[in-house]
Design a protein around this ligand. Sequence first.
Ligand SMILES: NC(=O)c1ccc[n+]([C@@H]2O[C@H](COP(=O)([O-])OP(=O)(O)OC[C@H]3O[C@@H](n4cnc5c(N)ncnc54)[C@H](OP(=O)(O)O)[C@@H]3O)[C@@H](O)[C@H]2O)c1
Length: 248
Amino acid sequence: MATFKTLVLVTGATSGIGFELAAQLLAKGTYHVFLGARNPEKGHAAVATLRARNPAGSVEMLHLDVTEDTTIESAAHSIQQSHGHLDILVNNAAVSAMTGPSLREQMRAAFDTNATGPAVVASVFAPLLQNSTAASRRIINVTSGAGSIERRLDPSSPIYNVQQVQYRASKTALHMVSACQLVEFAPFGVKVFLYDPGFTQSNLGPHNTEANGARAAADSVRPLMDVLEGKRDDEVGKILHNTGSWPW
Ligand SMILES: NC(=O)c1ccc[n+]([C@@H]2O[C@H](COP(=O)([O-])OP(=O)(O)OC[C@H]3O[C@@H](n4cnc5c(N)ncnc54)[C@H](OP(=O)(O)O)[C@@H]3O)[C@@H](O)[C@H]2O)c1
């Protein structure tokens, strides 16, 4: 299928920040969004909700569980067959892994989804990203300031008393994954960004509510759109947030 729209894949787009990113991309009209979903039923429901808004852009569901290699490979194969390239990959899917039978299981789940997932997805989609001729070609890894080692050790940080080692350590690992991708993809003109949306209303954990001071997903996604649209390209190589960057 020939298309002149910028092709964007958002993993974990069935709720929260991923869903809102899909919505804001669709409102622009210049994007075709692959809405990544580990649960196809939820994915189809999300697509139906977005299409019901009569957006200017186009969207399709892509079954993709970032912990299941077969779904990653068949998702890439499907885009290869239909479009032959991908312009923008947003590794957004993550879990907080706060519950689980043991710390080992929590660590395993957090690392598998939040660090290994983005590494494998980018690796499998690398040929499609390398086929992109869009000036905006890029990978955006959605992270958290909770993964900054320097912030972890800063007693004045607002999240100093939040331990969550499984989530924090998995996001720190994602930072190294991103640094490696930055070096790996540079020869192909594919930029790699880390973006922290900040405390946001979503399904990530029980605390991600308006009552707890989490901001609306729409407000967290607007600055992410700026990163996606190249407005912060001079800050590549940093851990970006809405108004600046975090130390590594
Ligand atoms: N919300 C915050 O305060 C905050 C702050 C900093 C960073 N972040 C980051 O923002 C990103 C989005 O999180 P969110 O807050 O929007 O949480 P969310 O509402 O829970 O969304 C997470 C998404 O990831 C999907 N997902 C989970 N495991 C997956 C897997 N194995 N394969 C594919 N998709 C999977 C979920 O799918 P299901 O619908 O099937 O569960 C859901 O669509 C994450 O990277 C998170 O770490 C969030």
